[in-house]
Design a protein around this ligand. Structure first.
Ligand code: HEM
Length: 405
C-alpha cells in the first residue's frame, strides 16, 4: 500500500493540508467513487494537497462544492491552458480549442459552436439518434443479456458523433478501436500515445477531405470559422476536431453506464420511469448530478492566498465535478435519486466560461437511449451479482456492465 511518505511533496505544502485520495487509501473508489466523493468534505480540508493526483505528480484538490465552482469561474487565477494532457500524449503542442484557451481569446473560438450545438439544432438529429439507439438495442434484445458498456454505451455516442461530424460509417470499427486504446486508463502510456497519434493522422486526412469536398456537417462548418477576422490555422482546426472527438464520446458512454447500473439495481426506479415516461428528462438530469463523471484540471496563474491556502504559480488544481454535484450543503440526501429534484444545478458540465458545449446533445442522447431501452427491454438487473470495477481517471467510467432480463 502506498503511503503519503512515498510521494515527493513540494516544500510549500503544509503537512495539515496533505490528504491522499487514491485507490490505495480509499479502496471503495474502485467500486463506488461517488460515495467517496460525497463523503470527502467529512474527511479532507476544503482545499487539500493530494499527493496521488495526476498519476502521482501531486496536486491540489477541493472538497467544497462552492470553492470548486469559484475556481471554475475564475479563469484569470486558474488557467485551463494545457490542462488535458493530450499535447503530452501527442508529443507536440496542440491546444484543444476552445477548452485549452483562456478568456478573453476563448470567446472568439467558442462562440462558433453556439448555433451548431444549440438545443434547436441538436433536436434536428433526434430521429437519427433514435434510429441508432433502436438498431443497437435490437441487436441483443432477444438474447436476454448484454454487456451494456461494450454493446451499447460505448458504441452509441460514437455513431452519433460520426454522423454529426460527417465521418463515413465505414470507419466505425477503426474509430471505436482508437477510442478504446486512447481512453482506457488501464492501457499503457505507449498504447494511448499511439492511439492519440493515429487519431491525429485520421483527423488530418479528414480535414483534407472536407476541404476538397465540403458537406453539411460540423467538420465542414469548422473550416469556415474565423477568429479576429482571419480564417483558422490548420493547427486551430485540428485543436477543435481533436477536442470534439475526445470530449463527446467517453463522457456520454460513462454517464450511460452509471445511469443503467443505478436502474439495474433499483427495480422500483425502473418501473417509475416506465409508468411515468414524462419524468425521463428530469431523471436524466438527476443521473448527471449523481454521477458527474469528469475531473477537470486547472493551473494556478500567480502566487496567491486562496481561502487561507498559499497556492504557487504553476500548481495544478483538480476539480472533481462529482464533489460539487454531491455536496450536501446544496443537495439534500445527495446519494439518493430524486427524479423530481428542483432546482438541480449540478456540476456535471461545470460552470464558468468552459461550460460544456455538448450538454444539449448529451441530454438528448441519454433521454432517447432511456426511452428506447425502457420501451424494448423488460425488467433488467445486473447479471450474476457481477463485481464491477470503476476505471478512475479524468473521466470515471465502468469497465463493464453485464445485464440480464
Ligand atoms: C455526458 C456527457 C458530457 C459530459 C459529462 C461533459 C462534460 C464536460 C466538462 C466537465 C467540460 C469542462 C471541461 C473543463 O472545464 O476543463 C466540458 C467541456 C466541453 N465539452 Fe463536454 N461533456 C459531455 C459531452 C459532450 C459532447 C457530446 C460534446 C460535443 C459534441 C462536448 C463538447 C464539449 C466542448 C466543446 C467543451 C469545451 C467548452 C469550452 O472550453 O468552452 N461535450 N464537457
Amino acid at each position: 500500500m502506498t503511503s503519503i511518505f512515498d510521494y515527493a511533496i513540494p516544500d510549500h505544502i503544509p503537512e495539515n493540508l496533505i490528504f491522499a485520495l487514491d485507490g490505495d487509501t480509499h479502496p471503495e473508489l474502485k467500486k463506488n467513487p461517488f460515495k467517496v466523493f460525497a463523503n470527502l468534505p467529512n474527511e479532507a480540508p476544503p482545499i487539500f494537497f493530494n499527493p496521488a493526483a495526476f498519476q502521482g505528480a501531486g496536486g491540489w484538490s477541493i472538497s467544497d462544492g462552492a470553492i470548486i465552482k469559484e475556481v471554475l469561474q475564475s479563469p484569470e487565477l486558474f488557467s485551463s491552458k494545457n490542462n488535458t494532457g493530450f499535447s503530452f500524449l501527442l508529443g507536440q503542442e496542440l491546444d484543444l480549442i476552445p477548452l485549452e484557451i483562456d478568456p478573453p481569446e476563448h470567446r472568439g473560438y467558442r462562440s462558433h459552436f453556439n448555433v451548431p450545438l444549440s438545443p434547436r439544432e441538436v433536436a434536428k438529429r433526434e430521429d437519427a439518434i433514435r434510429a441508432s439507439a433502436i438498431e443497437l438495442i435490437e441487436a441483443f434484445e432477444s438474447k436476454g443479456r448484454c454487456d451494456f458498456v461494450e454493446q451499447f454505451a460505448v458504441q452509441f455516442p460514437v455513431r452519433i458523433f460520426m454522423d454529426l461530424f460527417g465521418m463515413p460509417r465505414t470507419d466505425f470499427d477503426k474509430i471505436l478501436d482508437y477510442e478504446y486504446k486512447l481512453l482506457h486508463v488501464s492501457n499503457t502510456i505507449e498504447t494511448r500515445a499511439q492511439a492519440a497519434r493515429d487519431i491525429y493522422d485520421y483527423l488530418l486526412k479528414l480535414i483534407a477531405e472536407k476541404r476538397a469536398n465540403p458537406k453539411d456537417d460540423l467538420a465542414s462548418s469548422i473550416l469556415e470559422f474565423t477568429v479576429d477576422n482571419r480564417p483558422l490555422t490548420d493547427k486551430e482546426i485540428m485543436g477543435m476536431y481533436f477536442l470534439l472527438f475526445v470530449g463527446g464520446l467517453d463522457t456520454v458512454a460513462s454517464s450511460l453506464g452509471f445511469a443503467w447500473r443505478y436502474l439495474a439495481s433499483n427495480p422500483a426506479a425502473q418501473q417509475g420511469l416506465r409508468d411515468n415516461p414524462e419524468s425521463i428528462p428530469s431523471a436524466v438530469e438527476e443521473f448527471f448530478r449523481m454521477h458527474s463523471v469528469v475531473e477537470v484540471r486547472r493551473c494556478v496563474t500567480e502566487d496567491m492566498e486562496f481561502h487561507g491556502v498559499q497556492l504557487k504559480q504553476g500548481d495544478f488544481v483538480n476539480c472533481i465535478t462529482a464533489v460539487a454535484s454531491l455536496d450536501s450543503k446544496e443537495f439534500a440526501d445527495p446519494l439518493n435519486a430524486d427524479f423530481e429534484r428542483s432546482p438541480n444545478r449540478h456540476c456535471a458540465f461545470v460552470f464558468g466560461p468552459h461550460r460544456c458545449m455538448g450538454s444539449n446533445l448529451a441530454r438528448l442522447e441519454i433521454r432517447i437511449a432511456l426511452e428506447e431501452w425502457l420501451n424494448r427491454i423488460p425488467d433488467f438487473s445486473i447479471a450474476d451479482d457481477a463485481d464491477i470495477d470503476v476505471n478512475l481517471g479524468a473521466v470515471v467510467s465502468l469497465a463493464k456492465l453485464p445485464l440480464v432480463w
